[in-house]
Design a protein around this ligand. Sequence first.
Ligand code: ADP
Length: 226
Amino acid sequence: MADTPNDPVVVIGLGRFGSALALELTNRGTEVLGIDSRPKVVQALSGSLPHVITADSTDIEALRQLGVAEFHRAVVAIGTDIQASILTTSLLSELGIPDIWAKAISDQHRHILTRVGATKVVAPEHDMGERVAHLLSGRILDYVEVDADFAVIKTTPPRDVVGRPLRESRVRSRWGVTVVAVKPQATLAGRRPEFTHATADTVLAHGDLILVVGPIDSVERFATSD
Ligand code: ADP
């Protein structure tokens, strides 16, 4: 059966990253088995996570006994102890878990995790640093990288595209980006309407919020033009 967004997830390592992840998944209705080697950490989370247990994830017998092999999805959220992170990832792979996410704290770490069976590697500190850099430049109010070279940003329109239909301002041919949604400025009553799809006939005003998609260089150029 194909994985669904609600398939249970085993989260190993309940530090800052792992505990935030496990709690958010639980709040969203996903069943989570949380594992950490430190009893204090497990105890602190036992009130908010229904299934949380003390175990050493580098011990394959312990993983077997906990039924970890039955899970289709696992996240290795151990960062600082690189050896434990790598060993745990390889054991999960040996147990046949098809979807293994792992957290890396360096490029080398990322590389090894992929080699030992991680299907997706995240580097939260590195990725957040990049994200903040984008938020600090130009008029970018929010930024999500959806692929190595593609992003969605929330921004405001440059002066040049205000007051005429998008078709006329030729946003796509000039900047190589597409305006996909617009949220007009607050009304006199102070309420800002919701985002709606932008079309070729959409006329943007100063202060509108827009969602723009395109290659990273292009969306940045768009968000820094006057
Ligand atoms: P963060 O920066 O997100 O807090 P850390 O790497 O500091 O990440 O924390 C990872 C967590 O993983 C810690 O709570 C630690 O006790 C746990 N951990 C480390 N090694 C193991 C292991 N072999 N088995 C289970 N949990 C582990």
